[in-house]
Ligand binder design. Structure first.
Ligand code: IPM
Ligand code: MG
Length: 352
């Protein structure tokens, strides 16, 4: 079969890690006899430099014309002086909105050979950790009205309507049905009106999923529970900003933010990216961990292209190199083998 894949490397380590994903995609093409036509597009800081905007029109077109989309990361000190609409991050936020990617799946899995890399005691991680954060991605405070008033007061409005909550809640419950059938809905309904609507709507949707156990947690408590009892969670369903924060926290429990992929999905398109950022401090040094982006490609094969076997082959290859003791700097511990970005990629490719 023939497929079109859009690659948006973005900034910082984005280039190195997305090249890793491209090598893996090419190997899958060879092994399974698919033709992958890869189209590169600029987003973020590099797009500002080349096109004067963080999200050029041609980037949107390339994405809309693809079967799957991979993004590296955006942002860096070079563009930190820019404001609002001109910032690199706006490229990412706008492509999410433009493609209607309202569901963000962020799995946090502790890989057995990486148990020691977790900052939490092994007793706390227990038999292992496998959480999926289902984050609303195109609403809430990220997309509400914002501005600075004449007196200098700055504001960002947080609002959700029932429709926006319903559709993400459905994704949360659907995700749970394929897993351990437990949803923890995270909100701040003791303080926020939008959270009260969130909770009410989630309860309504839960009636269609009687097999799924639903509980509710305030976000501050959820942040704490992730540290003291992370294995209680299966699916964490939450709004845009809480999901942003909790997914960084959950990822670190697994040992490294460099390990975790994510899928941003709408009715029509799917965009896959590591959950980490552009890490400008380590860019170009061949030390970044490419695994999150490579696993994002695996998610793309499974969710957007229906190539489940191919996705699983990538995940197995990643497990194999980890079992073989290969580690990039972020996950390195005594008695493992320190490798650079390129060597990690080539070992994964070899193992597919
Ligand atoms: C993420 C990032 C983005 C977000 C930034 C770069 C806009 O932190 O994908 O988690 O806040 O959504
Ligand atoms: Mg984030």
């Amino acid at each position: 079969m023939e497929y079109k894949i859009a690659i948006m490397p973005g900034d910082g380590i984005g280039k190195e890690i997305s090249e890793g994903a491209v090598s893996v995609i090419k190997k899958i093409g060879k092994k399974y006899n698919h033709e992958f036509n890869i189209n590169y597009a600029d987003i973020g800081g590099v797009a500002i430099d080349n096109h004067g905007t963080p999200l050029p029109k041609e980037t949107i077109e390339i994405c809309k014309d693809s079967d799957g989309i991979i993004l590296g990361a955006v942002g860096g000190p070079k563009w930190d002086h820019l404001k609002g609409e001109d910032r690199p991050e706006k490229g990412l936020l706008n492509i999410r909105k433009e493609l209607g990617l309202y569901t963000n799946l962020r799995p946090a899995i502790v890989y057995e050979p990486l148990k020691n890399a977790s900052p939490l005691k092994t007793e706390i991680i227990g038999e292992g950790l496998d959480i999926c954060i289902v984050r609303e991605l195109t609403g809430g405070i990220y997309f509400g009205e914002k501005g600075v008033r004449e007196d200098g007061t700055a504001y960002d409005i947080l609002s959700y309507n029932a429709e926006e909550i319903k559709r993400i809640a459905i994704k949360g419950f659907e995700t749970a049905m394929k897993r351990d059938k437990k949803v923890t809905s995270v909100d701040k309904s003791n303080v926020l009106e939008s959270s009260r609507l969130w909770r009410k709507t989630v309860i309504e949707i839960s009636k269609d999923y009687p097999e799924v156990e639903l509980n509710h947690m305030y976000v501050d408590n959820a942040a704490m529970q992730l540290l003291i009892n992370p294995t209680q969670f299966d699916v964490i369903l939450t709004m845009n900003m809480f999901g942003d924060i909790l997914s960084d926290e959950a990822s670190m429990i697994t040992g490294s933010i460099g390990m975790l992929p994510s899928a941003s999905i709408g009715e029509k398109y799917g965009l896959y990216e590591p959950i980490h950022g552009s890490a400008p401090d380590i860019a170009g040094q061949d030390i970044a961990n490419p695994i999150a982006t490579i696993l994002s490609a695996a998610m793309m094969f499974k969710y957007s292209m229906g190539l489940v076997e191919e996705g699983v082959a990538i995940e197995k290859a990643v497990e194999k190199v980890l079992n073989d003791g290969m580690r990039t700097k972020d996950i390195y511990t005594d008695s493992t083998k320190l490798v650079g970005t390129k060597e990690m990629v080539s070992s994964i490719v070899e193992n597919i």
